[in-house]
Design a protein around this ligand. Structure first.
Ligand SMILES: [Ca+2]
Ligand SMILES: [Ca+2]
Length: 105
């Protein structure tokens, strides 16, 4: 899926946000989608979980060692189990990841 120059809501197996502050709806995507042109501080990875899972949700970023090639795996655990992961096509920090409930406005 390809975004455009604006801010896009993305889902799929392989997504490109293009320019703008783009959001990947991770749980609407297949398992382990890759956000190819992810830009830390601009684009966002969002896990839209159920209300009952919200308190049990934990995000882990598997940091690549220096010099490693990306993608950066970002894992969502619910009650300790990995239920979804996203491959960031560049560095990802926790501030780039949102866990929410209630869908997208
Ligand atoms: Ca875009
Ligand atoms: Ca973008």
């Amino acid at each position: 899926m390809y975004g455009d120059a604006g801010d896009d809501l993305l889902a799929g197996a392989v997504v490109y946000g293009g320019e703008g502050e783009d959001t990947l709806d991770a749980l609407a995507s297949e398992y382990s989608p890759i956000f190819v042109d992810f830009v830390s501080g601009e684009d966002v990875i969002t896990f839209d979980v159920t209300a009952s899972d919200l308190a049990l949700s934990e995000v882990t970023i598997v940091n690549s060692p220096p010099g490693a090639t990306y993608p950066t795996p970002v894992e969502l655990r619910v009650d300790g189990f990995v239920v979804e992961e996203v491959q960031g096509g560049g560095p990802v920090v926790l501030a780039d990841v949102v866990v929410q409930t209630g869908g997208f406005a």
